[in-house]
Structures are given as structure tokens and as C-alpha cells.
Design a protein around this ligand. Structure first.
Ligand code: 5GP
Length: 177
């Protein structure tokens, strides 16, 4: 198995914090008086969800979904399996899907169709990171923190083989041994 030997900071914790604050202000403005339900896509988006949630000035419920794409871990196949479904109905809720990163868009494309079939009052997508270069599915987030180049990133909740989620900065993997 390859072992990562070096990481380089792409986005510092301060840059991320400032951006999450901006996003929370936007979401708070847009969801005044609504029935906001944040749906966090496990596991990578957990850190983003928690930071965002604490900065919101509107009430919000939260729920979680876990999905996995069939095939190996670093390439999306587009075939998505639900590992954990929501605990509640989203009927009449203003759903905001909280993602860590959109890459090919295949995962979100599946999730969006799946959730739309459950009759939410509205459905939008917020992602901290976007890699538009690699997009395959027609997915455009309604709220996006940063567009980043086509590099594999870890930290701030994102993993490589379940490691590195704890890094407070967003880092690029540089070398393998
Ligand atoms: P998509 O279906 O858009 O190709 O894949 C989205 C999912 O792939 C993300 O939720 C994330 O789990 C994973 N992913 C895509 N790019 C990266 C990356 O650069 N780093 C990490 N850690 N995960 C990624």
C-alpha cells in the first residue's frame, strides 16, 4: 500500500473560517422564515456542517445520509449505494444538501434525484469545495466556498483512506512512498 509522506496547505484554516462565515450569512438571509433542513453527506462534510450550523442565524434541523460509490475509493463510478438513509421525511422541508466537495458531480446528481422524489418544499446544494474541471454530471451548487484545481485534497473533514480528516487546513497530497 502507498503511504503519503507530504502534504501542502491549499487553504488555511483562517481562509476556510472566513468563507464559512460568508456562506452562513448568505444562507441565513435566504432561509428567513423557512423550514430549513440541512442534510449532511457523511463523512467528509461533517466538519463543514458543524461550523456552518453554529454560524447560522436561522433555525435549522439536521439529518445525515451516507452514500458510497461502487468501485475503488479515489474514482467515482456514478453508481451510488445508500449506506445510511435519513431519519425523517423531508416532505414540505426546505432542504439544503451539505457537501464537502463536488468532483464529477455523479454522487450529488444521484442524491438530488433521490431527494427530489421525496417532495421537499425546495432543494438546494451547498458545497465547501468544487472541482469544476472534472465535472461529468450537470450539477451546479447554489452555494460554493472555493473552486479548486484538480488535485486530491484532505483535511477539514476530508480523508485519504480514513486518515487526515483531523487536519485543520485543507491540504493537497504531494508525495507517495
Ligand atoms: P463525485 O461524485 O462528485 O465525483 O464525488 C464526490 C465525493 O468524492 C466527495 O463527496 C468526496 O467524498 C470524494 N472526493 C472527490 N474529490 C475528493 C478529494 O479531492 N479529496 C477527498 N478526500 N475526497 C474527494
Amino acid at each position: 500500500m502507498r503511504r503519503i509522506v507530504k502534504t501542502e496547505v491549499l487553504l488555511s484554516r483562517q481562509e476556510i473560517e472566513a468563507k464559512v462565515r460568508e456562506l452562513a450569512e448568505e444562507v441565513s438571509r435566504d432561509y428567513q422564515g423557512k423550514n430549513l433542513l440541512l442534510i449532511c453527506v457523511l463523512k467528509g462534510a461533517v466538519v463543514f456542517l458543524c461550523d456552518l450550523l453554529r454560524l447560522l442565524e436561522v433555525g435549522a434541523e439536521i439529518d445525515f445520509m451516507a452514500v458510497s460509490s461502487y468501485g475503488n475509493s479515489s474514482k467515482s463510478s456514478g453508481v451510488v449505494r445508500i449506506l445510511k438513509d435519513l431519519d425523517q421525511s423531508i416532505d414540505n422541508k426546505d432542504v439544503l444538501i451539505v457537501e464537502d466537495i463536488i468532483d464529477t458531480g455523479l454522487t450529488l446528481s444521484y442524491l438530488r434525484e433521490n431527494l427530489l422524489s421525496r417532495n421537499p418544499a425546495s432543494l438546494r446544494i451547498i458545497t465547501l469545495l468544487d472541482k469544476p474541471e472534472r465535472r461529468i454530471a450537470q450539477i451546479k451548487p447554489d452555494y460554493c466556498g472555493f473552486s479548486i484545481p484538480d488535485k486530491f485534497v484532505v483535511g477539514y473533514g476530508l480523508d485519504y483512506q480514513e486518515k487526515y480528516r483531523n487536519l485543520p487546513d485543507l491540504c493537497v497530497l504531494l508525495e507517495f512512498a
